[in-house]
Design a protein. Structure first.
Length: 178
């Protein structure tokens, strides 16, 4: 059985993870932290969190999606929020398929994350836009699709996209979700 007030933060930025952990602790959560999939699997041997916040882009070859999959496999009832500075429709869809209940773009604060835990059901009344997708948005989506396929290896993604690595790095820096 999961401990409903136990939260696992999967984040490789130690300073951000500490700040987020302190904020949730002030709200009455007990917090565990992991920087990658190996630590997540080790923690799951002894704990079953009710909540998890997972960064999509982790250092190394593991994406946060692998962590989402492991967490959901461990406890399908766990509420998992994916947090990313590299938001794309492709990764959002995959995160939800793998067991996340919400997908938030950075910057998001503790209020946003806690609200996401409480907003698990979809909303059919959400307003649809009549705006067509722009070429820039399509390019952005394709770049992120290839980044996920190449485990966020910029050199490999650039090769697959047929562009120079520095060009891809500049595009990523220019389009970073802030």
């Amino acid at each position: 059985m999961s401990d409903e007030r136990l939260l696992l933060i999967v984040e490789d930025d130690a300073a951000f993870a500490r700040t987020l952990a302190r904020s949730f602790e002030r709200r009455g959560y007990r917090v565990l932290q992991a920087a990658g999939l190996d630590e997540v699997e080790r923690l799951l041997q002894a704990h079953t969190p009710g909540y998890a916040v997972v960064d999509l882009k982790l250092h190394g070859s593991t994406s946060g999606l692998a962590c989402v999959q492991a967490l959901h496999r461990h406890d399908p009832a766990m509420l998992i929020v994916v947090l990313t500075g590299y938001a794309s429709i492709n990764t959002a869809v995959e995160a939800i398929k793998l067991g996340a209940c919400q997908y938030l773009a950075k910057p998001s604060n503790t209020d946003d994350i806690e609200a996401a835990f409480g907003h698990v059901a979809g909303a059919a009344a959400i307003e649809l836009t009549n705006r067509a997708t722009s070429i820039k948005t399509l390019e952005w989506e394709r770049i992120h699709e290839v980044l996920v396929e190449s485990n966020f290896n910029i050199s490999e993604a650039a090769r697959r996209l047929g562009m120079h690595r520095r060009t891809l790095a500049r595009k990523l820096e220019k389009q970073r979700v802030k």
